[in-house]
Design a binder for this molecule. Structure first.
Ligand code: 9MR
Length: 623
């Protein structure tokens, strides 16, 4: 990437000269969807919408202005949903044109849906990106990962041995591949497909597999699942991550050639792996039964390892500086993994894994890489044919508790279900994930207020924000130009790789964006500069909920249908509860007790089949 202008500064300069200022989705509005812009200094004035020929087609009097705290800004929310005829319009106050062109079309979000999914192709490790699919972002293959070393933290004895850990997506602006973050990302994309099959069965992403009979979105996701499968050790446990010891410089993939290692083996990565591979088994069965079986088997083996190593949390080794994705609780990962595995296996012991915990009040949390209760809830609430009433109800309570709390935030001049509390690292994914919760609330209730609130969040990400910025690279009038993204930094193309959602404003950023932190306006705490990984990096777990949000809105309006909850039970897979033993053998824990053994206090775990295993007090299995 060569030098680029810093868009924020120019955006602010322009807005300062206008009488009234309008903040809007800069990409487009679906004809039948709600349409709103936030206008400053216009209360009581007429906002006139004119078509491309200058004819006035609608006049809306701007309502009283009200404050949106994260912007520390009063604005009037102007609703022009009445305008449904496709075309390009502009809004005027008096003679002044405000804001940007307003594009209305039936498939206004198809472009950003495709672009945000194509991002995953651009993130592929172990593959050359050719001009046919990557255009001017074509690049040589990076990181074949065919001979990955084991870091000593994996517990492997032979540290000269290697394994094939190829394929997968680079996590973010760096070249690491992390199972935990792949977990939520892959689930989110699989659910995007699952909830909108009719739309995505034919959506062409122009990727190398586009000509086969499998929907492109599933081909893309499979690239990462195949890598995840390589991260499973022979004992069923899953390595935490595959990275170099330290981050590479800001160079293209092929120039980042330091040795790569499997690092750690963790309970969180392993349960996340169970969740993804179990869901994948169900979804890919239609296209490739053998692959589906492989996924189901892998899920069963991973779950077995997880039941034996409940306390094997990841700790970052001293000689490693790449992303840690550490997490001190695996209750949520276990609930989610168990929900998925039970759904495809019907195994009673897996239901026991799930029922050990409940989705009680303090577990009703927005999903993120570290907190995945909501993923369990999404799956349980949308599968009443699999889960009992109590599970379904607890899942719905989680979803509606969150969704209703977002709806309560809506009453502000920007009309956004976004509050001060959302502006931490990856805030754009925080709000996109709120959109995913809202879409679930809509699917489950048919109440359009949830879908409309999700639309507002999408508009925010595409420009209805106080920086007048589209946070999706390549899209919008004022778009982010300098993301923290090694391939975009390392190449010679001015514009960054398109379709990437940057992290967004972060009121606790502790990097070069620090000087832009506005304590009174967290939504402005952002720096469009590649030095700011805390506000302007990209990441697979940020693009995925954006794709879910944009893709669901587009699919719902395009097909006129939303996902129908219930229906047939998924076909079950034969999953070995204990790998190597007959399925159906009762395996779950009959009891735990402390014993004194080998001169130390040990936890003795007895399984229902009488098998005993011993752990030290840090939870490490002894034998
Ligand atoms: O998304 C992660 C964020 O929640 C954490 O606060 C942050 C610091 O630990 O790390 C973020 O994840 C980064 C990961 O560690 C390495 N790849 C880039 C990710 C996005 O910044």
């Amino acid at each position: 990437m060569t030098s680029k202008k810093v868009t924020i500064l120019s955006a602010l300069a322009v807005t300062a000269t206008l009488a009234a200022t309008s903040y809007q989705n800069q990409v487009g509005f679906i004809s039948k969807a709600p349409k709103q812009i936030a206008v400053v200094d216009a209360a009581g004035k007429d906002v006139v919408f004119r078509d491309a020929e200058g004819n006035s087609v609608l006049t809306v009097t701007a309502p009283e202005a009200s404050m949106w705290a994260p912007a520390n800004q009063e604005a009037s929310l102007v609703d022009f949903s009445e305008l449904t005829t496709p075309g390009t319009y502009r809004a005027f106050v008096g003679d002044d044109s405000i804001g940007h062109p307003i594009n209305i079309s039936d498939n206004a979000l198809e472009g950003v849906t495709k672009a945000s999914l194509k991002f995953f192709y651009f993130q592929r490790s172990s593959m050359e990106l050719t001009e046919e699919y990557a255009g001017k972002y074509a690049r040589a293959m990076g990181h074949p990962d065919t001979a990955v070393l084991y870091h000593e933290s994996t517990g492997k004895e032979d540290l000269t041995a290697t394994f094939n850990g190829s394929k997968g997506w680079y996590d973010a602006g760096d070249y690491g591949k992390y199972v935990v973050n792949s977990g939520i990302t892959t689930y989110t994309l699989l659910q995007l497909y699952q909830h909108n099959k009719a739309y995505f069965d034919t959506l062409n992403l122009n990727i190398p597999e586009s000509k086969n009979d499998v929907p492109d979105i599933l081909d893309e996701i499979r690239w990462n699942i195949e890598w995840m499968l390589t991260m499973q050790d022979d004992d069923g446990g899953v390595f935490h991550k595959l990275t170099t010891k330290q981050f590479a410089g800001m160079v293209l993939p092929e120039k980042a050639t330091s040795k790569r290692f499997a690092i750690g083996k963790s309970i969180t990565a392993t349960w996340d792996f169970v969740g993804v591979t179990a869901l994948a088994a169900d979804i890919y069965k239609r296209f490739d039964a053998e692959f589906a079986e492989k996924c189901a088997k892998a899920a069963g083996a991973a779950r077995w390892w997880a039941t034996l190593h409940p306390y094997d949390y990841f700790t970052q080794p001293k000689d490693v500086g790449t992303g840690s994705y550490t997490d001190g609780s695996a209750v949520d990962e276990r609930m989610w993994g168990a929900a998925e595995l039970y759904r495809i296996s019907g195994l009673p012991e897996v239901l026991e894994d799930l029922h050990k915990f409940k989705l009680i009040n303090n577990r009703r949390k927005l999903q993120g890489w570290q907190t995945v209760y909501a993923l369990a809830a999404f799956t349980m609430a949308t599968n009443p044919q699999v889960f009992d009433q109590e599970d379904v109800d607890s899942a719905k309570i989680l979803i509606f508790t969150l969704a209703d709390s977002y709806i309560k935030e809506l009453n502000n001049g920007f009309g956004l279900a976004i509050g001060n509390e959302d502006f931490y690292w990856g805030s754009n994914s925080v709000v996109a994930n709120k959109g995913m919760v809202l879409i679930h609330a809509y699917i489950l209730s048919d109440d359009k207020k949830y879908l409309d609130a999700a639309q507002g969040i999408l508009d925010y990400l595409l420009g209805r924000n106080p920086l007048d910025l589209s946070y999706l690279t390549g899209w919008g009038v004022n778009q982010v130009m300098n993301p923290h993204h090694r391939p975009s930094e390392g190449d010679t193309v001015v514009a960054p790789v398109p379709g990437m959602l940057v992290g967004g404003p972060n009121s606790t950023a502790d990097d070069c964006a620090k000087k832009f932190i506005d304590a009174d306006a967290p939504a402005k705490s952002f720096y469009d500069n590649s030095c700011s990984y805390a506000t302007n990096e990209v990441a697979i777990n940020w693009n995925a909920p954006f794709a879910y949000l944009a893709g669901s809105l587009q699919a719902i309006y395009a097909t006129g249908k939303k996902y129908e909850v219930g229906g047939e039970k998924p076909e079950t897979f034969t999953v070995d509860a204990i790998p190597g033993k007959k399925p159906g053998v009762k395996t779950f824990v009959a009891g735990d007790r402390l014993v004194f053994k080998d001169n130390a206090v040990r936890l003795e775990r007895t399984l229902k089949d009488g098998t005993k295993s011993y752990f030290d007090l840090r939870g490490k299995v002894i034998r």
